[in-house]
Design a protein around this ligand. Structure first.
Ligand code: GDP
Length: 235
């Protein structure tokens, strides 16, 4: 049975009928479609796992967030869930290199993955991260989409492009989120987003869906949640 919380998205269709010329019957005049964004009613931290085998049972759709360290991942997760403290849990010492699960609306999992691109990590730590992330991304059966965060202030960075090429190779579905859009003018953000997509176009036939976000301006939230709601409503 569908409860209010599990309603992924509300699509409202309103059709207006008017009388015909002779006032003998109605004719269809216009139809409007309203899309009401998903409301996050509850967001709870569950567990931090050192590998994908120890993650919660894969019994719900799962959406993972990843990006270069400092890209604004915690801020984005907090904005999406309207909870300023949520992602702090996963950035606590000892949990930053783990797979952090949250349950949203008792219905789907949000996963905060450890970021890449730390300047001061050892080869061993980097290899451990690569192995953990690769296993998780390739083997987690309920992983529905990965949101890869890109800092909108910069021109295309090799490290992000390399990571996306890996996802493509592993056939992991993903979308891009260009973060911190309030930090530059709209024109600069648009230029950087275009440059990034153009770089992908050189080797890719299809471009991924992308969003522009700002956690301080609460930009991008509804569109990202709409995509998740749409995916949740699929069989
Ligand atoms: P993480 O390391 O990827 O989790 O990044 P954080 O969310 O901790 O953000 C890193 C820094 O960028 C913090 O100082 C945030 O306050 C700041 N930040 C993150 N998102 C935004 C944003 O959308 N706009 C602005 N102006 N600052 C942001």
């Amino acid at each position: 049975m569908l409860s209010y919380n599990s309603l992924p998205i509300l699509k409202v269709k309103i059709t207006i009928y008017i009388f015909n010329q002779h006032r003998t019957s109605y004719i269809k005049h216009r139809t409007f479609h309203y899309l009401c964004s998903m409301q996050i009613k509850s967001a709870k931290y569950i567990i931090s796992s050192p590998n994908f085998e120890l993650c919660p049972d894969p019994d719900k759709k799962e959406y993972a967030f990843i990006g270069r360290s400092n890209v604004g991942k915690s801020s984005l997760i907090n904005m999406l869930c309207s909870n300023e403290k949520l992602a702090k849990i996963s950035s606590a010492p000892g949990k930053t290199q783990m797979i952090n699960h949250f349950i949203i609306n008792h219905e789907w999992y949000l996963v905060d993955l450890p970021g890449y691109g730390f300047a001061k990590v050892s080869q061993t730590a980097r290899r451990r991260w690569e192995q953990m992330i690769e296993n998780y991304l390739r083997k987690r059966p309920n992983l529905t989409m990965v949101f890869v965060l890109i800092d909108s202030r910069h021109s295309p960075q090799k490290i992000d492009l390399e990571f996306l090429n890996q996802l493509d190779k592993w056939q992991v579905p993903f979308a891009l989120v260009f973060t911190k859009a309030d930090k530059e003018t709209q024109a600069i953000v648009a230029k950087n987003v275009k440059a990034f997509l153009n770089t992908l176009k050189k080797t890719w036939q299809f471009l991924p869906q992308h969003f522009v976000s700002s956690s301080t301006k609460r930009l991008g939230k509804d569109k990202i949640l709409d995509l998740i709601a749409e995916k949740n409503s699929e069989e």
